[in-house]
Design a protein. Structure first.
Length: 212
């Protein structure tokens, strides 16, 4: 079973992907995590991607699709996979089809922009150990200080309010056309991402079963 999770940055795609991995026993392929790893390792791909991500722009299709094509060809994807963060554009979706990457279900996790901005601008990351927090949903015991190592909590550049708003603009102008594309193919399911994590996951599983 090959799945795609659609949704704006901060809609909860990564969280739902983790739950689906456990329940469906297939790997999640997050291009965001792959790109951040490449940036941390200082690879050529990472250096190129960083320029785009720091400005809140999408990474070019050729870089993204190269990563995806290599990843889904690995043995652990033989029974299926979950794509998180790709495709983001109609061109990417069409390229996946042309490359023979079969997609069974496309889940669009819907969350209002105001809620997305609240979620993302409230995120904090420890500069020392990388632990993640949220000022309201998962606050540290002491404001600005990591519970685990005592390091300073910082705001990632792509979580800054102006960058979040720009990312949402980019999402709406490019990615939402994918709903029309996959809707016409009969593979699209809409799920409310503003409800609890458990309820959203339940709705995703129901939608997948209904389409089988």
């Amino acid at each position: 079973m090959n799945l795609i999770l659609l949704g704006a940055p901060g809609a909860g795609k990564g969280t739902q992907a983790e739950l689906l991995v456990k329940k469906l026993s297939i790997p999640a392929i997050s291009t965001g995590n792959m790109l951040r790893e490449a940036i941390a390792n200082g690879t050529d791909l990472g250096k190129k991607a960083k320029e785009y991500m720091d400005e809140g722009n999408l990474v070019p299709d050729d870089l993204i699709l190269g990563i995806v094509a290599e990843r889904v060809s690995r043995p652990d994807c033989a029974r299926g996979f979950i794509l998180d963060g790709v495709p983001r554009t109609l061109a990417q979706a069409e390229a996946l089809e042309d490359r023979g990457v079969k997609i069974d279900h496309v889940i669009s996790i819907e969350v209002d922009d105001s809620e997305i901005e609240r979620r993302m601008t409230g995120r904090r990351v420890c500069a020392k150990c990388g632990a993640s927090y949220h000022v309201s949903a998962n606050p540290p015991k002491v404001e600005g200080v990591c519970d685990d190592c005592g390091g300073e909590l910082t705001i990632r550049k792509d979580d800054a309010p102006e960058t979040v708003r720009k990312r949402l603009q980019v999402y709406h102008s490019t990615t939402e056309v994918l709903k029309d594309f996959y809707g016409k193919l009969g593979r699209l399911c809409i799920v409310n991402g503003s409800q609890s994590i458990e309820d959203a996951n339940r709705d995703i599983l129901k939608a997948i079963e209904a389409q089988v």
